[in-house]
Write a protein that binds this ligand. Structure first.
Ligand SMILES: NC(=O)c1ccc[n+]([C@@H]2O[C@H](COP(=O)([O-])OP(=O)(O)OC[C@H]3O[C@@H](n4cnc5c(N)ncnc54)[C@H](O)[C@@H]3O)[C@@H](O)[C@H]2O)c1
Ligand SMILES: O=C(O)[C@H](O)COP(=O)(O)O
Length: 399
């Protein structure tokens, strides 16, 4: 259990390049961007691997300017009362555009064709003729009329599915956990797959848009490849670990998988024929980098200044209008009678509770309590220390 009272100047550390418009949200009077800080108040990150990092007692938040949080030790953060944010949907359009580009580019053999033309360098005036002779090896297929299977209909998958209809593709989607909001946004012309098998059996192109978790790791494995239509093109712009690469290598060699297009290269994939590897470019547009940075830094600033939480992946969202009076925020386990115990400790100091909110998410919960009177700061350390003695309190912060 840790006790922290916010000081005046807050230090923010970045572990990747974060767009300037986002960092500008941290006004200079109250914040310092200090990438050398040992124990910052918050970290803003993209894909930097954080699993081997130790976190200081001052760290309150980590914001992933992007979607995937598999580079962050989320459970460790939860146990230390560190909120992990991401920026849902902020880079979805960028990924969608690259996925649709890659469907067309792979089915038209664009990647191989461009490489082949480059090799004609130095052939002088013969080049046009060589091109006309050689182009037959790159005859492709049109996307129109083909079936696209979309696994995961979240921010990206839903956009890909809707826009693929505009390419005259048939679209079938699978997502057993689809959110109500996304379901409303999906075109009714998208067919619903009742199982992954439905997608595997029917699709000419399969694109996967799920997070990498224990459940989804290796989702595309030997059994999956065996159910797929021979020559299927698979697009993986989500995470490398979703695909079993031993099985993929065999499937590519046998032609069971025609092409595998991914944003996550590794040395092994570079040796596989018909694996097309892009340098993790899905979210790399100016627009997306700015969207993600702005959303991430706004969420962090709001949390540091008011305790309000939006778009956390480990703690519940919680909003209580901030009045600028004393606010006690407590991260705790989701067990009975926490509110009663916390409020008793506050009340016995003669402090009146003006407003409060208590939200839970799985095993974790978060409580914010606003105290009505102007509080003598001397009471705070004793009150925090006593709240910390409650079993199941993870962390307390008074703003
Ligand atoms: N290549 C890139 O640059 C890039 C950019 C953004 C996101 N990503 C990756 O793409 C993933 C998806 O991003 P998003 O913004 O669409 O996330 P999202 O959270 O909006 O959507 C994920 C969807 O996957 C679904 N899902 C989860 N488990 C599933 C399962 N077992 N079967 C089917 N569906 C399942 C969820 O219900 C959800 O609808 C991210 O987690 C990240 O790893 C990559
Ligand atoms: O999960 C994500 O948002 C993407 O993989 C983007 O990663 P990046 O921010 O490192 O480009």
């Amino acid at each position: 259990m840790t006790t922290i009272t916010l000081d005046k100047t807050k230090r923010i550390k970045t572990l990747n390049h974060i767009a300037e418009v986002g960092l500008a949200i941290f006004n200079e009077e109250d914040y310092t961007i200090d990438n050398e800080a040992n124990d910052p108040d918050a970290i803003v990150v993209r894909s930097y691997p954080m699993h081997n990092m130790a976190f200081g007692g001052n760290l309150k938040a980590i914001a992933r300017a992007g979607a995937g949080v598999n580079n962050i030790p989320v459970d460790t953060c939860s146990n230390q009362g560190i909120v992990v944010f991401n920026t849902p949907g902020a880079n979805a359009n960028a990924v969608k555009e690259l996925v649709l580009t890659s469907i067309m580019a792979s089915s038209r053999n664009l990647f191989n064709g461009v490489d082949w033309v480059k090799d004609l360098k130095g052939k002088g005036e013969e080049v046009p003729q060589l091109v006309e002779q050689g182009k037959k090896q790159f005859v492709g297929r049109e996307a129109k009329g083909k079936k696209l299977g979309v696994i995961g209909l979240g921010a990206i998958g839903a956009m890909v599915a809707n826009d693929a209809l505009n390419l005259d593709m048939d679209v079938i989607g699978f997502d057993p956990y689809i959110s109500v909001d996304t379901a409303w946004e999906l075109s009714r012309n998208i067919k619903r797959a009742m199982s992954l098998g439905d997608v595997f059996e029917q699709a000419d192109f399969i694109t996967i848009h799920v997070p990498l978790t224990n459940e989804t790791a290796g989702m595309l494995n030997r059994e999956a490849f065996e159910q797929m239509k021979p020559g299927v093109h698979i697009l993986n712009f989500s995470r490398g670990g979703l695909v079993d690469e031993d099985a993929l290598e065999v499937a590519l060699e046998k032609g069971r998988v025609g092409k595998y297009i991914t944003d996550f290269p590794n040395d092994r994939l570079l040796h596989m024929e018909n694996a097309i590897t892009l340098p993790h470019l899905g979210a790399s547009t100016i627009e997306s980098e700015e969207n993600c940075a702005r959303m991430a830094t706004r969420q962090v600033r709001d949390f540091l200044e008011t305790g309000n939480i939006k778009n956390a992946v480990n703690f519940p969202n919680a909003f209580l209008p901030y009045t600028g009076k004393r606010r006690v925020t407590v991260f705790h386990h989701n067990v009975p009678n926490m509110l009663g115990q916390i409020s008793a400790i506050i009340s016995k100091r003669g402090l009146n509770i003006a407003a409060m909110i208590n939200k839970s998410r799985g095993d974790l919960a978060y409580t914010m309590i606003d105290i009505d009177e102007k509080v003598n700061g001397d009471v705070i350390p004793g009150m925090e220390a006593e709240i910390n003695t409650i079993e199941d309190v993870i962390r307390i912060r008074t703003i």
